[in-house]
Design a binder for this molecule. Sequence first.
Ligand code: C2E
Ligand code: CA
Ligand code: CA
Length: 971
Amino acid sequence: MAFRETTAPVRVRRALLLCVLATAIVGFLSVAPGLWTLQWSVGPHFLASHLVLEFFAVVVCVLIVVVAWHSLDRMPRHGTQKALIFGFSAIAGLDLIHTLSNEGMPPFITASSTAKSIFFWQVGRLVELGVVVLVARCPRMPAPRGVWLGLGLGLVACFGYLGIFHLDKLPTNFVPGRGVTPFKVAVEYLLSVSNLLAALWLLRVHLNSRHEQALTLAMACWLMGLGEFVLASYSAPSNFNILLGHGFKVLAYGLIYRATLMHNLHEPFELLEESERHLQARKNELKTLMSNLPIAIARIDKRLRFVYANDFHLQLIGKSREQLIGRHVDEILAPSIRPGARLHLRLAFQGELQNFDYKTEDAQDELQYRHAQLVPEFDAQGKVASVLSIVMDTTEREQAKHKLMDSLREVSELKAALDAHAIVAVTDARGIITQVNDSFCKISKYERHELIGRTHSIINSGHHPKSFFQELWRTIATGQVWHGEICNRAKDGSLYWVYTTIVPFIGPSERPTQFVAIRADITTRKNAEQEAQRMAFHDALTGLPNRRLMGDRLRHSMQSAQRGRHHGALLLLDLDNFKEVNDTLGHAFGDELLRQVAIRLRSTVREADTVARLGGDEFVVILDDLGTTSDIATTRCSQLSEKVREALANPYELAGQDVSAPPSIGIVMFGSPGGEPDELLKQADMALYKAKADGRNCARFFDPALQAEITLRAALLRDLRYAIDQEELKLHYQPVVDAQCHILGVEALLRWPSSVRGMVSPAVFIPLAEQSGLVLPLGHWVLRTACRQISEWQRDPVRSAWTVAVNVSARQLHESDFVDEVLNALAAFEAPPCCLRLELTESMLQDDLEATVDKMHLLREKGVRFSLDDFGTGYSSLSYLKRLPLDQLKIDKSFVSDVLSDPSDEAIARTILSLAHNLQLDVVAEGVETEAQFELLVRLGCPAFQGFLFCRPMPAEALPLKETPILVPSD
Ligand code: C2E
Ligand code: CA
Ligand code: CA
């Protein structure tokens, strides 16, 4: 057993005080030895006093035994209690015999005597000392308590037998009249010392273990020791020291009793109290815990009523304790969760632990998530008495879960979308590929394992300069996103374009730890763009650079020539026969011719030289770096242009026949500072014009004199435009007469009496007007003016029969609405068509003969007549003379002027006259200036004449009225 600890210093102090007091008393009595033997003043009452004290001691002993006996009910294995039962039952018996055997008491079996009484006293003290030591040593004493009681009583019987029947055989301890024997004194001292030593030993035990019982026992021993000391010697039983000794003994017993009682009665109570206090504290803790737990706890009884709820539960359901306790679950639970909860409650009341989740809405109608656990609580009979409802608010957890699910879904959707639509690669900070998606593999045509662990250089196309990737890395290394279009090369060598976005992922070190490259395939768009660009800068038919790109290249060549101090040349080519090919073989072959020209040009010049098509049959060749001196460059250029000319002059095979389309080439050199590409091109155009003028199929260099001429022409054209706007132009008329000099009609001839240039000849401005297209509005005006004149003359009896001849230019004739224009002009002035004669030249019949014939027929049907002007200077092809619906031939004035002096001219005139006769055509001889010419022509049979001999061209109002004209110079 273990002594109970004590923390009560008060008791210790009290015990010490008692011991000190008792010791002091004994000390005092020792110093005054006379007192020892002092006769107790109540001498006659000594026996009674002794009897009372001893009985008291016996009762205390019995009480100790009883208390120890019953304490064993609680702790049957308690050895200490058995030691107490054994010892104190023996002590009680021995002390009782001691009391009953005292001198003066009736005989107890044998006669009573002091010696007999002392024997039992001494044996009792011995047993007592032994018991105290035994108790302090916590013996195990396995036998049941009855055995130990029996042993104690047996001990009494043994000593009783000895002391009652055989006292004489034991050492003498008292001699009546003499007092105690030395043996008795020695035994008493021995007992005294033993008790005092035992007290000290027990004190030590107490000090070591803090056991209160040990201290009480120590005190008891000390008092017993003192008592033995006091009782060591006396002469008569009535001596004072005997009573004092007995007093100490009673005190000691009292202490032992107290120790026993405390141990067996107080202590359990204290323990109980303490455990209750403990329990209360735990209860309080539990209560606080329950209140503060973030878990809602409630107890529901069998009738499904709430009997308990912690604060959190109340808070969770938003009710006060009064509103909840005693209420049925149906009153409290929301209708939506009621059926489910009832089912779980039923199962919980059947003893099954229930776990379930449910949703509810809070006061703000926000969705709340709960997890509930229903724990059955059993009563002593093992039946479910109540159910503990433990509800946890899992809203945050659920919301987080949903959020996570949402983000997971979003991420997976994003990933799916990325995988489906984007080409994705992930690299580490060094650019080593760590992940690629299927699209990446598909477009790059590499297997995944071929890409992982490599850098993007594996798909580098070489399209971009190094600086492009340096810039890219600079951007992403600083954590910025990079966008751009990249041309990559697939495993099979094919190129593809991707729009790339590279997103750096910043790590904890604030530096990119990985890069995610997301690409979109833009190959189709890029190809279309490149195609569009090619189309924008290239000619669709030949694939050669177009005018725009040629302009850029020319500018570039001019600049680099200036910088490099070398010379280059611009060649402008025009195919001489192209229009013919187009008209005769059709546009498809015309296109084919152009394609072949392009091929020949390209193969003739160097790779670095530019060949471009400006449109139609116009081509440009830019020759770079021909030499540093002008002479060398010009020589080389001549050679090259000759090569080009030869190459193009060779016949082409088109539609199974050889077609020739030799070029005319205008060349201009460049290299000296200044000059603009446009200017250069104009100069080349002038040279080309010269080449054409010089008979075509040749090359001509640009000559500044040519430029002066062209400049002049440009000024003239400008003035002509102005003149047309200002209506400066006039129409003069030159009469056509018969052999009798009667006027048959007139030829309308344009006159430009310029305010700045004076009279300008139509021979000068008409070709210019033709080239510039001005001839169209001009011709329109002439036609209408002539028709008005016809109309006016209709009222004049002399002139109403006159025909008015109008010169038509090739451009005019080839206009699609030419017929309408003529008829409209006639109709506008109600001029009779038979008075209108249109003069065409042979050269304008070369192009598109069919259409011309058709137009002529249409007009002929309306009565309009046609003359072939300047006859004899052109092809004079008889085949189309036959086909054309002509009325008249006009012998060119060049034949007329020399008809007298040149026999061949006379022959020509004669031939023309007979031809006309045969074809039943009228003939007019132009430019008749002399009588001799007139006479000869009349003789040759020419029916009509025109010339200064008869009349110069003049305004209508100035025309002679008489039938026989007189020579009147007019301009
Ligand atoms: P053309 O049709 O051959 O016109 C006749 C030209 O011969 C006129 O020159 C006329 O003045 C000139 N002439 C007439 N008699 C004589 C003569 O005895 N001796 C000499 N040396 N010349 C004579 P013009 O008026 O200078 O016209 C020149 C050319 O300009 C015309 O040649 C014609 O081709 C063209 N032209 C004139 N007016 C028009 C017009 O309204 N429309 C068109 N398309 N061309 C016109
Ligand atoms: Ca004419
Ligand atoms: Ca003429």
